[in-house]
Design a protein. Sequence first.
Length: 165
Amino acid sequence: MQYKITARYFRLSVGDEERDGGESNSIQNQKKFLESYARQLKLTNIRHYIDDDESGRFFDRSAYSRMIEDVENGKVGVCIMKDMTRWGRDYLQVGNAMESIRTERGDLNREIEVTNKRLGQLKSRISKLQKWLKEEAEKIRKSVCSILRQEQRERQPHRKQNMER
């Protein structure tokens, strides 16, 4: 069984940090923060989407576009980032993107509701079964006790006869 991706998105704006090649300190710090967060939540099947040196004013960033494509194709189960400014600077467009993702996830929410309802029904059936089993066990216990008392009574006259001899 293949689990959906936990998308971790990282972004640093153009020229926000001096560096000598490689990942910026900001991206490394975002990774550490989200690694800790993902570990706490026991999130698995992690994929990184990194836009290093790309402005948040525009949404045609390469890693962001790949992540959104994976979300739209149903590959992503959870998407996390350090804060909403990593997603983008145009908060209206960020809100629209979030609403779009939530709408696509609406079917999942309905499935969860149906599953919860079925789980409630199953719990009710289990409760009834437990009650029935308890009642049956009590009947069996009483029956066994009755049989044991009867056997004990039947043995007692034999003891009296043996003692008299």
